[in-house]
Design a protein around this ligand. Structure first.
Ligand SMILES: C[S@@+](CC[C@H](N)C(=O)[O-])C[C@H]1O[C@@H](n2cnc3c(N)ncnc32)[C@H](O)[C@@H]1O
Length: 255
């Protein structure tokens, strides 16, 4: 019997468990950290929306910034918090993680820089959720502050997927097992700017051992972020920054 299809990053699935393994090997992301670090001028108060397992937030705290990482998925934030506790006390004290929805921000503080990294905005529909996210970001930025959104490039979404029997990721585990990722279903609707994926995370503890499957649904919503940002009172700060031809970081400022 096929396993139940869960939402991505859910507590019972494997996408959250293997998130760090996958992103460490993800060429789509190479160089993104340096872009975010370059947007902070001097020690800054930074808010990261969709902070996940802390990939960006931990790095920025290590560079001397104070970072609040917000995320909607406990399975991701639990990992971030475990890593925070293992940091030296001074760096750990500059870093906080909080459970919450970026589309209903009410944090009671303002920031020099707001980051919405690795396609996080594309996880929510490009209508009311984007509108509310940009509004919240504008409200939580200090005057002169910057907000950066990493979004997928639309043309790349139109490309055909690899065959469903070929892993798009394969990682050997100690003891001879492996973690593999397959794209089972893939559909892009250009009119709606919506991509639907069903992924199969397969873990085998040792050669010949029974495989554990986790089928997980991931949806990306694409749109031009500029009208949403402008409607929230933000202005385009610079040309979008290309990230490996697959994504671009759109940077806005609050005057
Ligand atoms: C691709 S991961 C990015 C994690 C991390 N920022 C990074 O760059 O590695 C996207 C994250 O966005 C979170 N997310 C999705 N929708 C969200 C929402 N409405 N509010 C807050 N976080 C959200 C997910 O739980 C997930 O951890």
């Amino acid at each position: 019997m096929a396993p139940t299809t869960r939402p991505y990053y859910s507590s019972k699935g494997l996408s959250a468990v293997h998130y760090d393994l996958l992103t460490a090997a993800d060429k789509k992301l190479s160089g993104d950290l340096e872009v975010y670090a370059g947007l902070a001028s001097g020690p800054s108060q930074i808010l990261e929306l969709g902070a996940g397992t802390g990939r960006i937030a931990l790095d920025l705290a290590g560079r001397g910034h104070s970072v609040l990482g917000l995320d909607i998925a406990p399975a991701m934030l639990d990992q971030a918090e475990t890593k925070r506790k293992a940091l030296d006390p001074e760096t750990a004290s500059r870093l906080r993680f909080k459970l919450g929805d970026m589309a209903s921000l009410a944090l009671g503080e303002t920031f020099d820089l707001v980051l919405c990294t690795y396609f996080t905005l594309a996880h929510v529909p490009a209508g009311a959720a984007w509108k509310n996210t940009f509004r919240g970001v504008a409200k939580h930025l200090k005057p002169g502050g910057l907000a950066a959104f990493h979004l997928p490039v639309e043309e790349r979404m139109r490309e055909p997927p690899p065959p469903s029997d070929k892993p798009v990721f394969l990682h050997a585990l100690e003891g001879g097992g492996h973690v593999a990722l397959y794209i089972l279903e893939h559909g892009y609707n250009p009119k709606l700017g919506r991509m639907d994926l069903v992924l199969d995370f397969v873990t085998r503890a040792a050669p010949g051992a029974v495989a554990t499957h986790s089928h997980e649904r991931l949806t990306y919503y694409l749109a031009d972020p500029v009208p949403f940002a402008e409607a929230a009172g933000l202005q385009v700060a610079m040309a979008p920054i290309d990230i490996n031809g697959v994504g671009a970081i759109h940077v806005f400022c609050k005057l």
